[in-house]
Design a protein around this ligand. Structure first.
Ligand SMILES: [Zn+2]
Length: 145
């Protein structure tokens, strides 16, 4: 089951609006965590919740369920989570093989949360469609040089 409705363009319009509001905060987070990956959650109103990358790694991330639960507790039912972001300090917006495994495993556990990969040049937004294919759209471009 896909979290992204069939009208992908309208949905991505909403995502892009949130990303524009969140961009500065996410890029600041990106730079703060270098050389490691940063990870956090982005909400439809453009707010961002930073998480701790417990893997402390430049090529993967790990977040405990406790951390996620604490952040969810700060939100209400009306708040819409549009994605979990993490950065790729190597500059590639493509899911790594480990990412792909984790992404699919997450969806199997019925957590329908899209992901967004953050690089200084591009944010790429990922979700699974109804046929379990990974879909991706650019959610922000040309942020910084
Ligand atoms: Zn990754």
């Amino acid at each position: 089951m896909s979290v992204v409705p069939n009208d992908v363009d309208a949905y991505m319009g909403m995502v892009s609006e949130a990303v524009v509001k969140a961009e500065e905060s996410i890029l600041e987070h990106y730079e703060m965590e270098l050389p490691n990956e940063c990870v956090g959650m982005i909400w439809a109103d453009g707010s961002v919740q930073r998480l701790i990358n417990q893997a402390r790694s430049s090529d993967r991330f790990s977040v405990s369920r406790t951390q996620m639960a604490e952040k969810f507790a700060e939100k209400t039912e009306e708040d819409l989570l549009i994605g979990i972001y993490h950065s790729h300090p190597n500059g590639s917006p493509v899911l790594s093989p480990i990412d792909e495994k984790m992404f699919r495993a997450q969806f199997k556990k019925d957590l329908f949360i899209p992901w967004m990969i953050v690089t200084p040049w591009q944010f790429l937004y990922y979700w699974l469609d109804d046929d379990d294919r990974i879909q991706a759209r650019v959610s922000s471009i040309g942020v910084r040089v």
